[in-house]
Design a protein around this ligand. Sequence first.
Ligand code: ZN
Ligand code: ZN
Length: 157
Amino acid sequence: MEHTLEGGCTCGETRYQILKKPMFVHCCHCHLCQQQTGSAFIVHAMIESENIKINSDNLTVHDMPAGSGQRHVVKRCKTCGTGMVSHYGPKDNLSIVKVGTLDDPNALQPLAHIFTNEKLNWVNLPKDVPSFEKFYEFEKAWPAGGYQRLLDVRKKN
Ligand SMILES: [Zn+2]
Ligand SMILES: [Zn+2]
């Protein structure tokens, strides 16, 4: 990626920069994501936390349920409440960026659709993008380079 991607919250106080191409991007259609966004689905981009620069002093951290039962926190702008980044699991090494908060949300398009068993009836999925009734196996669904980065990030403390 030649240029960094930038995004931020609706009030403009919290801004972030993504310094490297994300490992993977997927679109989740599960009901929890529908509830947490109030929308039909969410688009999530996975990136090493060291490769996203965000003004952490300006964030509040919210515990949210995850379908897996694991810890899931969402970091929101403390002024306007826009959620921009999630962490799943015990560590914060991996950041899940909410693609709708990019200045150009078209910049990252989903490489997979997941939890399509909970997808809203009126949402028609593209035929050229893999879709999964529930979750996928990382090793099979992700390109090799992205999967290796995921393994590396899981090793870090
Ligand atoms: Zn804000
Ligand atoms: Zn979901």
